[in-house]
Structures are given as C-alpha cells and as structure tokens.
Design a protein around this ligand. Structure first.
Ligand code: GLP
Length: 261
C-alpha cells in the first residue's frame, strides 16, 4: 500500500483523475471498477471535463460499479445507476452497454450476485478498482464483519451508513436498508486499487483503515493485503495518520510520482 497526501481536496481528486486517464490512454479497453458517493462527484466532473477538453476516450472502456441499493429502480434518483448516468456516463463517450451495476430490482439477490461475478470474470477481471470509504469503514457496502473472501451479495446496512446516506434521500425512510455489493474478495482481485478519501470527517476511519490492524470490522483494512493499492487523500483526511511525514516524502521523491508532481 502507498499513501499519497495532497494538500487540498482538488489536488487529491486531480491526481486520481490523472491516474485513471493514464490508465485509459495506456489501455483504452480498460475494465474500471467504479464507486459512488459525494467524494466521487468531483472526480467524475474532472473526468468529464478531460473528455470534453482533451478528448479523453471512454469508447472502449468497460465499467463495473461496486454496489446498488436493493429495491431502487434505475430511474430512481437515489439509485447508483442514476448517479452514474448523471455524473459520468452521460458526459463521456462510453458505450452504455459496457456499463454495469448490480440490479437492485433483481428478484433473487443471490442469483444477481453470481450473475455479476460472472460478468466480471467474462471480461477478464477489473484492471483498476476505484474506492472511497464510508464512515463505518466500508468499501462498497461491505459493512463490518464482511468476510475477507466475500463475493457479490446482499448486505444489510449499518445505522452509521444509514445516518451518512439518508440525508441524500428526499425523506430518510426512503433509503433502503439493504444493498447488493461486490464482496471484499471481489475487490481484492482487481489488478490495482485506488482509494480516494477527502475531508476531516474521514480522518478517524482512514487512520484505522491504513494504519490499524486488518480486521473484518473495518472492511477497508483488507486493502492492506492488496499487492497494488494506492491511497490518495487530502491533508484533512490525512490528519490522523501517524506516518504522514513518510508518505509526503514518498510523493516528493519516489521517481514513480515524478510525472504527477
Ligand atoms: C457509499 C458507497 C461507498 C462509498 C461511500 C462514500 O456508502 N456505497 O462505496 O465509499 O458512499 O460516501 P461519501 O463519498 O459520500 O462520503
């Protein structure tokens, strides 16, 4: 795992966008694992601008989102399908047939989990998985006690997640209590993981995720086991990390980061 600290939220987002853009230029038919949430809105706006201004090409890209709420149809404005269409897919030249999310309306969530896993397998797996972290420590909707080897399945959401996401709904009661999410095991199979975290409200959980012991109580700690995981954070989110000085030194001196400095 590498941790990269950028001063501002904008800098953290623009570094993440630059890494994704480079991935697409290197491999136009990349399979991208995508995430939702407030953190990602700025990132998708930046990718959309790169498409508009620099011709960043999504025409051959294939995408798989981490999760979807159970019971929300694609047209529901709080569904993650709706979110993705609005923030990214409608603004770039992606082929909609290559965009995938779990089907929150599937009558049999277990079968839907297997179908989703097969789709990922059929395209040869995910090249880069984008992630953020929820205040409960989840990646995707892998709430506490999600097995490290879990696969795409239905998961009950914690009160903390409810508290975090319900304000996004017109009325809090509308927020589903279940979601279908890629498993921790599914996420760990991606070729590379990029975790983007910003804001002081994530500082505590980020410190546990990055520097704490690996535990299924905080699914994000599983990323410590991934052979190629980069964590990109702003100074606010980094404020409770013990090794900040070391992480800052790496970005400033490791030749790998020279093109992005
Ligand atoms: C939801 C998603 C998570 C994401 C989280 C972050 O809960 N299921 O994948 O990490 O939102 O939310 P935000 O960026 O709004 O803090």
């Amino acid at each position: 795992m590498q941790v990269i600290i950028r001063e501002s939220r904008e800098q953290a987002i623009s570094l993440t966008a630059a890494l994704l853009a480079d991935q697409l230029r290197r491999k136009p038919n990349s399979v991208l694992g995508l995430a939702t949430g407030r953190t990602m809105e700025g990132l998708y706006a930046m990718l959309a601008a790169m498409h508009r201004d620099e011709g960043l090409d999504f025409s051959l890209a294939v995408t798989f989102n981490l999760d979807e709420y159970v019971g929300l149809a694609p047209e529901h404005k709080n569904s993650y399908r709706y979110y993705m269409n609005r923030h990214l897919f409608a603004k770039v030249n992606i082929d909609m047939r290559n965009t995938h999310l779990p089907d929150g309306m599937a009558p049999d969530p277990e079968a839907e989990g297997s179908r989703y896993e097969s789709l990922i397998e059929d395209v040869g797996g995910i090249d880069v998985q984008l992630l953020s972290i929820g205040e409960s420590g989840h990646i995707g909707f892998n709430e506490p006690l999600s097995a490290m080897f879990s696969r795409t399945r239905m998961k009950a959401l914690t009160p903390k997640t409810f508290e975090q996401n319900a304000p996004l709904f017109d009325s809090p009661e509308e927020m589903p209590r279940f979601a279908i999410t890629m498993g921790v095991g599914t996420i760990l199979e991606a070729g590379q993981c990029l975790l983007l975290v910003t804001g002081a409200n994530k500082a505590g959980v980020l410190a546990k995720a990055v520097e704490g012991p690996v535990t299924s109580m905080i699914s994000a700690t599983a990323l410590q086991l991934h052979p190629d995981c980069t964590v990109i954070v702003d100074a606010d989110a980094a404020s409770r990390l013990e090794q900040q000085e070391y992480y800052r030194w790496i970005f400033d001196h490791d030749p790998q980061w020279a093109p992005y400095r």
